[in-house]
Design a protein around this ligand. Structure first.
Ligand code: HEM
Length: 570
């Protein structure tokens, strides 16, 4: 259109034309106003005034020449002004989006590549030690993936400032699109934003199976039964490879089975057949492994167009398998409930009773919430038990100390849940395991509810924030000789594992999003480890064997070489 003007006889360049237009900007502003309000009658009057203005001037106005002298229509003028208006709007939008980025002072971090940011460095640093980066950039580090800042806090005091002192600000979760399918549109505890849905679901879990766990007869019986089955499974596996010194067992699969058996019973109110437990465990593991793969298309949208990066179809298949595995159990639980036979302490019973924003939960939503309990509580517990046994095998004096404590407190009878509080050394071994080998090296991702400052740096709304759990529990300013496995350090320590007063180690996170299963997890860990220690002598699978403590990331940080042990009934 502008070219049209120039070709229409005006010998002015665009810059000069603009200056002339600007000189009449008061009248033009009025016209612009009228264009936007579609007030054509007054607009005509204003243009007349502009005309008048030109007639009175010694030098005829350029616009006048352009539109009247050259016979251009009012429509052309309107089009020019609309174009200007649009340019102004686009400029304002760009300014609003760019200004915060240009003036923001994010925590420092490594330089990234254009467009993808630190994509190629991030996953490497995420699974390795951050010490070198901390030396270079300080205790809070920013990575960028696409345009999203990933901020990692490595220091206990700063973690306390963020998650506890500014708890409500750091209490939300980011909502990456690929998570929608498995979280029923971000409506489970782990992924929901800080708000009423999260509050209602978390309260339901905590006031249901977590708080009442010790008091509930049903839950106590389940644990007793599962611990007994676990001991039998270890005995059977050892018998299959029996030598005169005992039998060799692969530790992880047996414990995995036991913990799934336990959580499925807590969830569905009934103990399930072995084939069902195995099928559910296998399906959920596949999903966890798929979910823990980095999904960069969440942050760099054009990745979705690269064929080998597309995982939507795979996600849909896995979701279907999850529904196929869990829906029959939900339907069975509904029938038991109708017949008044479903234990009221089971998780599914509380979910069937709950109204979420005035509505009962759909079957699809129930699948999501049951899977969440099983996923959150299984690998974390299995991993902790495997690391604990590995360290106990490496240091036989720790095993001797645990057994001595159990004999002193319990005598010859089988250890029960009531005994757990009287076994401080056993608990110290588990605490040291959670410090040295936390199942998650990072908290889950947090989002902020409003832009804020941390240590003088900006934390924008777009940020995804993590605390490095491992950096804190390996910090030599907090823990003497942090790389040594020494349960004794916990014996006379007034430890606050929730970190609410002071953060020293937070394997369960801290603040509003702290793991709601903390109490239940500690009960399971103590009870099962006590039973396994009381039932068997544990040693390396062959004389001179070394237990490899290298970690690798699955969903949790697991032993890279799964633990094999020689066990002998005591
Ligand atoms: C050794 C066992 C466990 C460990 C180490 C552990 C650790 C964690 C960690 C680090 C978080 C993230 C906290 C954050 O983002 O700041 C978390 C969240 C969570 N955990 Fe656990 N957990 C364990 C067992 C359990 C169990 C048994 C349950 C279920 C009863 C459970 C349910 C959850 C849930 C639902 C969340 C999400 C909380 C929220 O977003 O509000 N966890 N856990």
């Amino acid at each position: 259109m502008l070219l049209g003007f120039q070709g229409g006889g005006s010998n002015l360049g665009p810059k000069k034309l603009w200056m002339q237009i600007s000189s009449k900007n008061h009248l033009l502003a009025t016209i612009l106003d009228q264009i936007t309000t579609n007030d054509t009658v007054t607009m005509a009057a204003t243009i007349k005034a502009l005309d008048q203005d030109n007639n009175n001037s010694a030098q005829p106005h350029t616009l006048h020449r352009l539109f009247q002298g050259n016979g251009k229509s009012l429509n052309d003028l309107i089009a020019l002004l609309t174009l200007l208006l649009l340019t102004i709007i686009v400029w304002k939008i760009l300014q609003a989006r760019l200004r915060p980025r240009l003036t923001q002072r994010l925590p420092p971090g490594p330089r990234g590549w254009p467009v993808v940011g630190n994509l190629f460095q991030f996953m490497r640093f995420f699974t390795s030690d951050l010490q070198d980066l901390v030396k270079k950039y300080g205790p809070i580090i920013t990575f960028r993936i696409g345009s999203t800042p990933f901020i990692i806090i490595t220091d206990a005091q700063i973690a306390h400032e963020a998650f506890v002192e500014k708890g409500s600000v750091f209490a939300s979760r980011p909502n990456p699109p690929s998570l929608a399918l498995f979280s029923s549109n971000f409506r489970n505890i782990t992924s929901s934003v800080y708000g009423p849905v999260w509050r209602a679901l978390r309260k339901n879990l905590v006031s249901g199976i977590v708080s009442s766990s010790r008091a509930s007869n049903y839950l106590r019986q389940v644990r007793e039964q599962v611990a007994q089955n676990l001991v039998t499974r270890f005995s059977d596996a050892a018998a299959a490879t029996a030598t005169q010194d005992g039998g060799i067992v692969g530790v992880r699969p047996i414990i995995r089975y036991g913990i799934h058996d336990l959580l499925l019973s807590l969830c569905f109110g009934t103990q399930l057949e072995e084939s069902v437990v195995l099928e559910v465990a296998q399906t959920l593991k596949k999903i966890l492994l798929n979910r823990s793969r980095s999904r960069m298309d969440d942050y760099i949208p054009w990745f979705r167009f690269i064929p080998w990066m597309q995982s939507n179809e795979k996600d849909r298949q896995l979701r279907q398998q999850q529904v196929d595995a869990l829906l029959p159990l939900i339907q069975e639980a509904k029938k038991l409930r109708e017949d008044g036979k479903l234990p009221t302490d089971s998780y599914i019973d509380s979910l069937l009773a709950i109204d979420l924003q005035g509505e009962k939960l759909s079957d699809e939503h129930l699948v999501t919430l049951c899977s969440e309990l099983l996923n959150a509580g299984s690998d974390t517990t299995v991993t902790t038990l495997e690391w604990a046994l590995a360290n106990i095998i490496i240091q036989p004096q720790i095993q001797a100390e645990i057994v001595k404590e159990i004999e002193r407190v319990v005598g010859k009878r089988t250890v029960t849940e009531e005994d757990i509080d009287k076994l401080p050394y056993l608990e110290a071994v588990l605490m040291e395991t959670l410090r040295r080998h936390p199942p998650g090296h990072y908290t889950l991702p947090h989002a902020v509810t409003q832009p804020c400052k941390l240590q003088g740096c900006d934390i924008p709304l777009t940020a995804t924030v993590f605390v490095s759990i491992l950096s804190i529990s390996n910090d030599p300013r907090i823990w003497a000789n942090p790389t040594e496995f020494k349960p004794e350090r916990f014996l006379n320590l007034d430890l606050d594992i929730t970190g609410s007063k002071k953060i020293t180690m937070i394997p369960f996170g801290a603040g509003r999003r702290i793991c709601p299963g903390l109490g239940l997890a500690m009960l399971h860990l103590n009870f099962i480890l006590a039973r396994l220690m009381q039932s068997f002598e544990w040693s390396t699978s062959a004389p001179g064997d070394r237990v490899d403590l290298t970690a690798t990331r699955e969903f949790t940080m697991v032993m890279k070489t799964p633990l094999r042990a020689l066990i002998k009934t005591r």
